[in-house]
Design a protein around this ligand. Structure first.
Ligand code: ADP
Length: 490
């Protein structure tokens, strides 16, 4: 199958969150399964061209935009550890600046930047004579690929048998745009925009809604989230649109790259280990504690370490953490290591917490992939008390590293972490449901009771390590969805 994946983030080139992981790992897996996969993403100013062997092609594509035409250079690279061709769209007006979305509210011209990318993807495919069986678009940034396919490119014989699949990674970001600008950029008549049309929500052009309404199939990143966004406020106002497409909305659980995230071979960690050699986690724990700056005395005692690697936003449960953590730290029952960056108040809270509980807390501000591996390997528990979580990848990394996840059992967290039952000795972590500091505290106490309590401590960690969340299963499931989408255009 010919698959054209279009996304604003693709790991390892440009990453903010899990979207990049999926857009980078799925193509590799599809390619291994015998498909011809091409990726299109912007050439952002801070992508290191030399590091990734990205070179300029002798190809300038013209991109019809509004009533005029713009041009994009096309650069090329090979997705690391794969044979997948990656095409980078370069436009100095849109992407030369550093950053993917811009800070806080985003760049003012994000409508234009991502609509340009969406249109350029079709033009790049045609220029390369790559006829996609499926165009796979992700989140609001490239959602308009779906209406572009169904309203415009459908008339081009080159795309006549191309199906459109739209994947929702996070309903919280929908791309609310000015309708006049958006319709013009998409080359659509302004009269096609009216209250209740497939582009409109709350009087704005809603890119996410247009993707949902025009796609042949809509997927989201976990089965539970697929239910939540249709029937609960997690749909963030688009429940009606999603319900109208119910027959075509499918939850496909994300997966992880089990070669990159493998405690038996991981180059970033101090001591590699398997379920049979779990005791080596202690070496990783000691070196992690040293690395983040605990004194030797603190490293040698034996408190459980709770790790977090995350964007610091309300989504990740910060308000309940703020209320629950101080009590546990006062009791001295755990050490906390957090890696992340994000909202100022969250960073300030963690900085203050580190200051107040210096023997128990370290906050490392920033983005650091090697350290994220060491936190997964060196922690005893991994904490993810999210307000909402479409899927979440870091709890899957934690499972693979035998690090017991403590999660709120919603969205993909509920689909991937099972409560440990000391009677059956089945289960992989600890879950709670109410979004409250009390519930989180109780879950922490429940989890901490298991620490080194044998045989449970060994069982829960081995159970976790034996869960198979490989991207291969996810990739196979997507191929099934793609073939269903193709049936709709035949
Ligand atoms: P989301 O997409 O909501 O941010 P996910 O759990 O789906 O959450 O994916 C987050 C991805 O980003 C994971 O690969 C995680 O390891 C990575 N990540 C997040 N913050 C950091 C950080 N500060 N340093 C390194 N990796 C990070």
């Amino acid at each position: 199958m010919n698959i054209l994946l279009v996304a604003a983030e693709v790991s390892p080139y440009a990453k903010v969150g899990g979207l990049a992981d999926m857009a980078g790992t799925l193509p590799r897996a599809w390619s291994v399964l015998g498909n011809d996969v091409r990726i299109v993403l912007p050439l952002y100013g801070n992508i290191d061209k030399a590091q990734f062997g990205i070179t300029k092609l002798d190809l300038l594509v013209s991109v019809p935009f509004g009533s005029w035409t713009e041009y994009a250079e096309v650069w090329h690279g090979i997705l690391p550890d794969s044979e997948v061709d990656v095409y980078f769209v370069r436009s100095s007006d849109y992407y030369d600046r550093p950053g993917i979305y811009g800070y806080h509210d985003g760049f003012e011209d994000n409508d234009r930047r991502f609509m340009f990318l969406s249109r350029a993807a079709f033009e790049v495919a045609r220029a390369l004579d790559f006829k996609p069986d499926v165009i796979h678009a992700h989140d609001y940034h490239t959602a308009v690929c779906m209406p572009l396919l169904k309203v415009q490119y459908i008339h081009d014989p080159f795309f006549a048998s191309t199906a459109g699949v739209f994947t929702i990674h996070n309903m919280a970001f929908q791309g609310f745009f000015d309708p006049l600008r958006a319709m013009e950029f998409c080359g659509l008549p302004p009269s096609d925009f009216y209250s209740g049309c497939w582009y409109e929500h709350d009087g704005c052009f809603n890119a996410m809604k247009s993707g949902i309404m025009f796609a042949d199939k809509v997927t989201t990143v976990s089965p539970t989230y697929a239910q939540e966004i249709r029937w609960t406020p997690e749909g963030k106002g688009l429940q009606g649109a999603l319900q109208s497409r119910s027959a075509d909305v499918i939850g496909v659980l994300n997966g992880i790259n089990t070669s990159e995230w493998d405690p038996a071979t991981d180059q970033h960690i101090t001591a590699t280990y398997t379920p049979a050699t779990l005791e080596s986690k202690t070496d990783n724990k000691r070196s992690l504690l040293r690395e983040v700056g605990f004194a030797d005395d603190d490293v040698s005692d034996d408190l459980p370490v709770v790790g977090m690697v995350t964007r610091l936003t309300e989504q990740k449960g910060l308000s309940i953490l703020q209320h629950a953590l101080p009590q546990h730290l006062r009791e001295g029952s755990l050490r906390l290591v957090v890696l992340g960056s994000g909202e100022h108040h969250a960073e300030n809270f963690l900085r203050d917490l580190e200051h107040e509980y210096h023997h128990h807390v370290r906050f490392v501000r920033g983005y650091n992939e090697p350290l994220s591996h060491r936190i997964q390997a060196g922690s005893d528990y991994y904490l993810m008390p999210s307000l909402f979580e479409p899927c979440g990848l870091t709890q899957m990394f934690a499972l693979r590293y035998g690090t017991v996840p403590i999660v709120r059992g919603i969205g993909g967290l509920g689909d991937t972490v099972e409560e440990y039952d000391p009677i059956t000795v089945l289960g992989t972590g600890v879950r709670f449901y109410d979004y409250s500091a009390d519930e989180l505290s109780r879950a922490l106490w429940r989890a901490l009771r298991l620490y080194k309590q044998e045989p449970h401590w060994t069982h829960i960690r081995r159970n976790a390590m034996n869960v198979d969340n490989s991207i291969v299963h996810t990739a196979e499931r997507y191929l099934e969805v793609f073939s269903w989408a193709q049936e709709k255009v035949r």
